[in-house]
Design a protein around this ligand. Structure first.
Ligand code: GLU
Length: 462
C-alpha cells in the first residue's frame, strides 16, 4: 500500500457513544494502527438542535476508556463552517451546485404529485440551471438552499471493503441539499469536505450509510478529490433479532463501564462481533492490531450476545492482576458509599474467579466492609439447632488463636473433630453468618480476611 493510511470515526454528539459506533471506531483505529497510519476523531455536530456538549464529553470519555487513541482531533465541524462555505462558493462558480428557492410547501406539493403518479419522490431539479433553460423568477424573502448537481444518469459503483461491489443508479437519488439557508452544511457534504481535507483513505462506518455513499462519491468527483475506500459494517442485532437499541438494553459504552465490564474485554468482544481471525476468541489489542488488515469482516449482521460478553469479561477479570483489579472494584464500592482498605487486592484474589463483572466482585467485597444481612431462608436451612453448638464452639476457639489462615484452618479442623461433623455441615452455617451466603471460597481464607472481632460478632449472631 502506498501513502499513509488515514482513518477516522465521526460520531454525532446527539447521545452517548453507541456500541455500534464504538465497534466502527475500533475497526478504524485498528486498521490505521495495523498499517502504521493515523486515526482521526471528528465530531459531527452540524445538527445544532440535537448536539450537546454533554454528549461530546461522554463520547470523548468512552473513547479514552476504551483506549482508542487518536492522532488528530477532536475536530468539530461547527468550527469549519467557513471552509464549507468556501467550497460551496467554488462549486457554485464551477456549476456543480446551485441555489434552490423552493419553499417547504412547494416541495410537499411536488412530492404529493409524484406520489399521486406512483413515482419515487425526488426533487424535480426545477432550479437546476441548464443550457437554454429558463429558471423561475427568484421569489422575494425565500432564503435559498444550495443543492448539488448530481449526475442525472449512470451508475455509481464502488468496491466496498466489507460488502464487495455495490452499484446504485443515479436515477435513484436526486440533487441533495448541501447547504441550509442558515449556512450550515448537511451531513453528506460536510463529510466529503472533511474526508477530503483530512486526507482520509479508508472510511469504515455503519451500513445504514450505504445509500449516502453514491452522493458522497459524486461530490468527491465534482471536487476533483481522491476517493477514499469505503467499508460498510453491518448493524448489530439484539438477541431478539431486532436492531440493537436502547429499548432492548444497554447500548452505550458508558453503561458497560458502569456495569463492571473491563475496557479490554469490551474491545475484544466488540472486535469479534463482525470480524474474526481464525477461531481466536480472546486476544490482546496488540494481536488485534497485527491481525486487522480489513479482511474477514462479516457481511451479515452480528448478534449481540450478553452471555458471551460476560464470559469474555470473566476471562479478563481472572487474568487481571489483583492490584489492578482492586481500584476498579473500589470505584464500584465508592458509588455505594463504601471506602475500602488494603485488604481489597486479597479479596479480589479470592473471589474474582467466580465473578463476571466488577459489580459482582464488589457485591462480594461489600460483605467485608459493611453489614451482612442473613436471609431467613438461609438461617432456617443452615443454622439448625444441631449445628449451633458447633458454631458457638468455633467462635470460642477463634477467640484466641493467632489470626492467620493456617491457625484458623487448624481451629476449624479441631471443632469438626470434637463435634463429629463433616466440613460442609459447619462451613455452610459459618458462611451464611459471616458473608450472608452458603457458597464462598475456602472458609479459612475468607475468615482470615476479616478481623477477628467481626467474625466473632457475626458468628455469635446465632
Ligand atoms: N456522523 C455520522 C454518524 O454518526 C458519521 C457517518 C460517517 O462515518 O460517515 O453516523
Amino acid at each position: 500500500m502506498t501513502g499513509t493510511v488515514r482513518t477516522r470515526i465521526a460520531p454525532s454528539p446527539t447521545g452517548f457513544l453507541h456500541l455500534g459506533t464504538a465497534r466502527t471506531a475500533l475497526y478504524s483505529w485498528a486498521y490505521a494502527r495495523h498499517h502504521g497510519g493515523e486515526f482521526v476523531l471528528r465530531i459531527e455536530d452540524t445538527d445544532v438542535a440535537r448536539s450537546t456538549q454533554d454528549s461530546t464529553d461522554q463520547i470523548l470519555a468512552s473513547m479514552q476508556w476504551l483506549g482508542l487513541d487518536y492522532d488528530e482531533g477532536p475536530i468539530y465541524q461547527m468550527q469549519r463552517l467557513a471552509r464549507y462555505q468556501e467550497v460551496i462558493a467554488q462549486m457554485l462558480a464551477a456549476g456543480t451546485a446551485y441555489h434552490c428557492y423552493c419553499t417547504p410547501a412547494e416541495l410537499e406539493e411536488m412530492r404529493e404529485a409524484q406520489r399521486a403518479r406512483g413515482e419515487k419522490t425526488l426533487y424535480d431539479r426545477r432550479w437546476r440551471p441548464a443550457a437554454g433553460k429558463v429558471l423561475p423568477p427568484v421569489p422575494e424573502g425565500v432564503p435559498p438552499v444550495v443543492r448539488f448537481c448530481n449526475p442525472p444518469e449512470g451508475d455509481v459503483t464502488w468496491n466496498d471493503l466489507v460488502k464487495g461491489e455495490i452499484t446504485i443508479n443515479n436515477r435513484e437519488i436526486d440533487d441533495l441539499i448541501i447547504l441550509r439557508p442558515d449556512g450550515v452544511p448537511t451531513y453528506n457534504f460536510a463529510v466529503v469536505v472533511d474526508d477530503w481535507d483530512m486526507a482520509i483513505t479508508h472510511v469504515f462506518r455503519g451500513d445504514e450509510h450505504i445509500n449516502n455513499t453514491p452522493w458522497q462519491i459524486n461530490i468527491f468527483r465534482a471536487l476533483g478529490a481522491a476517493l477514499p475506500q469505503f467499508g460498510h459494517v453491518p448493524v448489530i442485532l439484539g438477541d431478539d433479532g431486532q436492531k440493537l437499541s436502547k429499548r432492548r438494553g444497554a447500548v452505550s459504552v458508558t453503561a458497560y463501564e458502569d456495569n463492571g465490564y473491563l475496557p479490554e474485554a469490551m474491545l475484544n468482544y466488540l472486535a469479534r462481533l463482525g470480524w474474526s481471525h481464525g477461531d481466536e476468541e480472546l486476544f490482546t489489542r496488540e494481536q488485534m492490531v497485527s491481525w486487522f488488515d480489513g479482511s474477514h469482516l462479516s457481511k451479515s449482521p452480528a448478534q449481540w450476545d450478553a452471555a458471551k460478553l460476560a464470559w469474555v469479561n470473566a476471562q479478563y477479570m481472572k487474568a487481571k492482576p489483583d492490584d489492578a483489579l482492586a481500584p476498579l472494584v473500589a470505584a464500584q464500592l465508592k458509588k455505594r458509599g463504601i471506602e475500602v482498605d488494603g485488604r481489597l487486592p486479597s479479596i479480589c484474589a479470592l473471589f474474582k474467579d467466580r465473578c463476571d463483572t466488577t459489580v459482582v466482585l464488589a457485591d462480594w467485597a461489600a460483605g467485608f466492609y459493611g453489614d451482612v444481612t442473613v436471609k431467613e431462608v438461609d438461617r432456617a436451612q443452615h443454622l439448625t439447632d444441631a449445628v449451633k453448638p458447633a458454631v458457638a464452639a468455633l467462635a470460642d476457639k477463634l477467640a484466641d488463636v493467632t489470626w492467620d489462615k493456617a491457625s484458623i484452618a487448624a481451629a476449624i479442623k479441631e471443632v469438626l473433630a470434637t463435634q463429629g461433623l463433616k466440613m460442609p455441615a459447619l462451613a455452610m452455617p459459618v458462611r451464611v453468618l459471616v458473608l450472608g451466603t452458603p457458597q464462598t471460597p475456602s472458609l479459612d481464607a475468607v475468615l482470615a480476611l476479616f478481623s477477628r472481632e467481626t467474625v466473632l460478632t457475626r458468628l455469635r449472631d446465632l
